[in-house]
Ligand binder design. Structure first.
Ligand code: PLP
Ligand code: TYF
Length: 398
């Protein structure tokens, strides 16, 4: 029966990762996958993580199963980190959280949970969005539709079109919004736009699903969550999917969380049993390691301070390269306007170059970026930035 299987397209981002690995060119530059790299081009384990792991090794006295919701200590921490410690939804006991295998696990659990609550729900995603969003929601049997978001011409948002389209979303549907550091465009909602989004959610009766994979990578931990906190204060229901892959550098440990906000604590209990039943039907219980590491860090004032420092270092490095790209491009005589790169946030921006130029960068210069011209800025460093700017100048000249 396996011979009857049909071939499937592989994830182009992960394919790019493999192609880069195999490229023998010593000058090769990886601007593909969204993984933080330091000035040495290395994705190091954070110092706070190393310390927490040492602590875990010393303290752990059992490997018995944890519950379906995962580590309660982690779940309490992640709620406070996302919503802020005294958010009304937390004080009113309206939130239930399960830790999940990565942000991806959180999104898949959320999708199955939505399917249970409203099997007819359509989930609306930004154009464009992370490709996995669409395939994951469809795999869970949800219908997916898109709403206008990034404007490839102005390199900003299609603000009015976006709100006009959201004003047509029927009650009972779900609208996915990126909390910060939009993947793939780097273009985020400003606070006023979060307010308008909130108004529409209330008016239309759709349920927001906030995906926060990059808290702390945009402007700061609290700043990046400001919009979702405002939204959560006003809507009766929403879902938040968060990830510790980027901000704790725990990618391969697969740690994230799904938090369901309900109208009151009674509905929250109903949401909780359903959420856990979804979890049980997929993987019973999540892996513990990543959650315990994060808990150890957030339990300790000292490790938390170290984490804040390391997170700020990653954020500041990316932000400084946003400006440096613009400066280096100008120095290479590029006259095209790239100032938008400094107005965007997080790991990614679209360069806005065409397919032939992207192919030439890969084939002639071993510079790898996603086919949409999305670049992962952390792949740049003092050793390769001039090479990159020169190569872009060359392909832009044609
Ligand atoms: N959501 C978005 C927008 C992402 O870019 C990612 C990937 O980094 C995720 C969710 C899930 O990340 P992970 O499953 O690695 O935690
Ligand atoms: O968009 C990115 O590069 C990150 C990492 O299947 C990623 O979100 C990419 C593809 C994938 C899982 C993670």
């Amino acid at each position: 029966m396996f011979a009857q299987l049909k071939p499937v397209a592989t994830d182009p981002i992960l394919g790019l990762m493999a192609a880069y690995r195999e490229d023998p060119n010593p000058l090769k530059v990886d601007l593909g996958v969204g993984v933080y790299k330091d000035e040495q081009g290395h994705t190091a384990v954070l110092k706070c993580v190393k310390e927490a792991e040492a602590l875990r090794l010393k303290q752990e006295d059992s490997k018995t199963y944890i519950g379906m919701a995962g580590d309660p200590g982690f779940n309490a921490h992640i709620e406070k980190l996302a919503f802020g410690s005294s958010h009304p939804v937390l004080l009113a006991n309206r939130v239930t959280t399960a830790h999940t295998p990565g942000g991806t696990g959180a999104l898949r659990v959320a999708a199955e949970f939505i399917k249970r609550a409203n099997p007819d729900a359509t989930i609306w995603v930004t154009t464009p969005t992370w490709a996995n969003h669409i395939s994951m929601f469809q795999a869970a049997g949800l219908k997916v539709k898109e709403y206008a978001y990034y404007d490839y011409d102005t390199k900003g948002l299609k603000t009015e079109q976006m709100f006009a389209e959201l004003a047509q979303v029927p009650a009972g549907d779900v609208v996915l919004v990126h909390a910060c550091c939009h993947n793939p465009s780097g273009m985020d909602l400003n606070f006023e736009q979060w307010q308008r989004f909130t108004e529409l959610a209330l008016e239309r009766g759709f349920t927001p699903l906030v995906d926060m994979a990059y808290q702390g990578f945009g402007s700061g931990l609290d700043e990046d969550a400001k919009g979702l906190r405002y939204l959560a204060e006003r809507v009766a229901e929403m879902i938040l999917c968060s990830s510790c892959s980027k901000n704790f550098g725990l990618y391969r440990e697969r740690i994230g969380a799904v938090s369901v906000v309900s109208a009151d604590s009674k509905v929250m209990e109903l949401a909780k049993v359903n959420l856990l039943s979804v979890v049980r039907s997929i993987y019973s219980m999540p892996p513990a390691h990543g959650a315990i590491i994060v808990s150890h860090i957030l339990d300790s004032a000292e490790l938390t301070a170290l984490w804040h420092q390391e997170l700020a270092e990653m954020r500041d490095r990316i932000n400084s390269y946003r400006q440096l790209i613009i400066d280096k491009f100008a120095a290479e005589g590029i006259t095209q306007d790239f100032s938008f790169i400094a107005r965007q946030h997080g790991m990614f921006s679209f360069l806005g170059i065409n397919k032939a130029q992207i192919d030439r960068l890969r084939e002639e210069f071993s510079i790898y970026m996603v086919g949409s011209s999305r670049v992962s800025i952390a792949g740049l460093n003092h050793t390769n930035i001039d090479y990159f700017a020169k190569a872009v100048a060359t392909v832009l000249k044609g």
